[in-house]
Design a protein around this ligand. Structure first.
Ligand code: CP
Ligand code: NVA
Length: 305
């Protein structure tokens, strides 16, 4: 049984396969060709947190492949509250062919996968966002024609998006630098797992963003306050103030640098309007790739690709 719970448990070959298939699926859609690889398959989405991109790109992609999607809000299902994760997993496994989860705790995704007889996809947890990282890698490859010799500089919180991207970069040989304020680095347990499963060379951390972006092919940022951290917002606004991706920071990077952001963006917090709207920004190409890469993930998990 295959799952996509976390990029750290996927081998490099699998990631490369998904990226290659995603590119193929994208070009088929551009030619108006639609595969029917999910015909007679039903995929359920159960989300404990809000979403635009993840929900709609999965549902649209599933429909494009001839499948059916259904959505259930997490608070109605009450994962681990209304009933145990094991009971939920064993029940839903009999109705649908795959499950996409957006949750708070990574242990919820893992607990469900343990008892599920269908593939489980992590559509974001507090610590991982593997579908996002795959779309990011696809976007970087499209921008530069190759993933070789690229340097991704993530300016912001060492959060779910940063961690999955660091893992994806590490597995594909891309240099990853995190530039964050003191207290927002990658946690020790993540780095310990990274050193066991990705590489003994850990992601670099450079405190000063102006120094960090000097070698960047990509400057990446994400919100300073993630879903579930709303109580910390005022403190985070203060502590991240020097980490805004603005025109002055981008001017310190190489001329052909590209700007990525997983979205949703909080304009004039982590990124300025001017930067996100600049020709260097590829955020909507990146958002579009969520659908293509997730179609490739579904085909891989359901045995058609
Ligand atoms: N990037 C991303 O996952 O967006 P949503 O939260 O809108 O799904
Ligand atoms: N780090 C953000 C990503 C949203 C797609 C969050 O978890 O809210």
């Amino acid at each position: 049984m295959r799952h996509l719970l976390n990029l750290i448990d996927q081998d490099t070959e699998t990631i490369r396969h998904i990226l290659k298939e995603a590119a193929r699926l994208k070009s088929e859609v551009a030619r108006g060709e639609f595969r029917q690889s999910l015909k007679n398959k039903i995929i359920a989405l159960v989300f404990e947190k809000p979403s635009l991109r993840t929900r709609v790109s999965f549902e649209a992609g599933i429909n494009q492949l001839g499948g059916t999607s259904l959505f259930q809000a997490g608070n109605e299902v009450g994962l681990g509250v209304r009933e145990s994760l094991a009971d939920f997993a064993r029940t839903i496994s009999q109705y649908v062919n795959a499950l996409v989860l957006r949750v708070f705790k990574q242990s919820t995704v893992e607990g469900i996968a343990q008892y599920s007889s269908i593939p489980v996809i992590n559509g974001l947890s507090d610590t991982a966002h593997p579908c996002q990282a795959l779309a990011d890698l696809q976007t970087i490859e499209e921008c530069f024609g190759t993933l070789k010799n690229q340097t991704v500089v993530f300016v912001g919180d060492g959060n779910n998006v940063a961690r999955s991207l660091a893992v994806g970069c590490g597995k594909l040989g891309i240099k990853f630098i995190l530039s964050c304020p003191n207290g927002y680095s990658f946690p020790k347990d993540f780095l310990e797992e990274y050193s066991r499963k990705v590489s003994a060379t850990l992601p670099e951390e450079i405190r000063d963003p102006a120094q960090a972006v000097k070698r960047a092919s990509v400057i990446y940022t994400d919100v300073w306050t993630s879903m579930g951290q709303e109580d910390e917002k005022a403190q985070r606004l203060r502590e991240f103030a020097a980490y805004q991706v603005n025109e002055a920071l981008v001017a310190k990077a190489p001329k052909d640098v590209r700007i990525l952001h997983c979205l949703p963006a909080h304009r004039d917090e982590e990124i300025t309007d001017g930067v996100i709207e600049s020709p260097a920004s590829v955020v909507f190409q990146q958002a579009a790739n969520r659908m293509h890469v997730q179609k490739a993930v579904l085909e891989w998990l359901l045995g058609n690709g």
